[in-house]
Design a protein around this ligand. Structure first.
Ligand code: GRF
Length: 189
């Protein structure tokens, strides 16, 4: 049995697609949902699916003792960032080498880095009149959005697409491919 922790700061639609994907697979379990925000919608999914949940403050996250203890107790093999806005500290990367993955709603290296999240990305893509956008699933290192790529998928954009419509197209790719990419990674662990 492989166990995943999902870190998320927001509504958690990707978390939900991952939870539902692995509900049907006996060999993988979402064992923990962690958020930096106690009002984050993602925590409702933890309640709905009876998954352990943790809200962590900045000091605890930076220090690491509490978090490493929780991850060990929950026997977590892979950490999945699904809309988690804090930078991952070096201690966590060295405890989980090539075992922390992130999804970014653009075709990196374009539209990445600090401040490039959510609607900011899709607005920038629209402003640049891009003809395509997409997703990048990548390993996490000490810098925002710079880890080794695992998978990119793109979607064509229409000149009339609004930033919101671009976001919807990209989100559909996220929900479809993130669970599959995680499943493949876990097979190789
Ligand atoms: C997604 O677009 C993801 O790519 C990005 O943050 C967003 C999270 O959305 N990293 P949700 O909370 O999963 O709905």
């Amino acid at each position: 049995m492989k166990r995943i922790a999902i870190f998320a700061s927001g509504r958690g639609s990707n978390a939900l697609s991952i939870i539902q994907h692995f509900e049907e697979r006996a060999e993988v379990e979402v064992g923990l949902i962690l958020s930096n925000k106690k009002s984050a919608g993602v925590l409702n999914h933890a309640d709905d699916y009876d998954i352990a949940k943790v809200v962590i403050g900045k000091e605890d996250f930076k220090d690491g003792k509490r978090l490493l203890h929780i991850l060990k107790t929950e026997k977590i093999d892979l950490i999945v960032l699904a809309g988690f806005l804090w930078l991952i500290p070096p201690y966590l990367i060295s405890h989980y080498p090539n075992k922390i993955v992130n999804i970014h709603p653009a075709l990196l290296p374009k539209y990445g880095g600090k401040g490039m999240y959510g609607h900011h990305i899709h607005k920038a893509v629209k402003a640049a009149c891009e003809t395509e956008s997409g997703i990048t699933i990548h390993f996490v290192n000490e810098r925002y959005d710079e880890g080794r790529h695992i998978l990119q998928m793109s979607c064509p954009l229409d000149p009339t697409d609004s930033a919101e419509q671009i976001g919807k197209k990209v989100l559909a790719l996220e929900h479809k491919y993130f669970p599959i990419a995680i499943e493949q990674l876990l097979e190789d662990l």
